[in-house]
Design a protein around this ligand. Sequence first.
Ligand SMILES: C[S@@+](CC[C@H](N)C(=O)[O-])C[C@H]1O[C@@H](n2cnc3c(N)ncnc32)[C@H](O)[C@@H]1O
Length: 262
Amino acid sequence: MTEREIVEKIKNSKKYKTVYIKTIQRIVADCFARFGEKRAEKEAKNLLHQVWGAFYETRPDFDKIYTKLDLEIKSKNNLRNIILPILKLQSSVEERITILEQFYKKIFEITGMPNSIIDQACAINPLTIPWINLPSTTIYKAYDIDSEEIEFLNSVFQLLEIKNAKAELKDTLSDEFEYADVVFMLKLLPCLEHQKKNCSLDILKKQKCKFLVVSFPIKSIGGKEKGMYEFYGNNFRNMVMSENWEIRELVFETELVFVIKK
Ligand SMILES: C[S@@+](CC[C@H](N)C(=O)[O-])C[C@H]1O[C@@H](n2cnc3c(N)ncnc32)[C@H](O)[C@@H]1O
């Protein structure tokens, strides 16, 4: 199969049909160059699963979730309580639930409330907007590589009348990004390193912003410590050592956060 045929085959498959075409093209091209024609399709699918598919235990039915949310919103229950079960569906966001009350509070104590936020590779993290207490004057842009997730997020913003938030299909490694006061790169760097080795520092430098909020998981879903704090923390500190950036560290129970003033 040619590189193009592999891209088409993956894009037309049941599992990967919602993945951004630019991401599939980039990953297939890399796998083609690294592993050759015979192994390219399998390696590309494995990588796509690892960096996109693996964060959901089972693929959510976003239409069903939206319908339920719509009903519950009408019943005027507490918004945070309605949203919590949805956050549990995606592993990186689930790990954040127990720290949500403090998470944004501590970050914005350092950055101040920004006028604009970009949430890179957001997954369903924008559903935590009710914990941010986002002012209506702050623009929140959320980007990821999953078209169904992006559509779902925009429908939820509409339903909740969050007019200053918008989700869009964008690939952190392939697309260009506008300026924002604060850029979130939550638990993203390990995922990008799988796709392009040693890309992290360049990606951080490329972001146009006043503050970068970069985080790493420090507790796995099973709750088992695996030296993740030392591993990610030390690697990150070494990587940014020669940059003239002011960096503050926040250690939460499940997440290590670096707030970088560029
Ligand atoms: C580890 S999760 C992080 C999710 C979110 N930032 C959080 O911490 O809650 C990885 C997310 O990155 C997305 N992703 C992977 N590679 C990407 C890329 N090159 N550009 C944009 N998003 C990407 C996946 O679709 C997935 O939603």
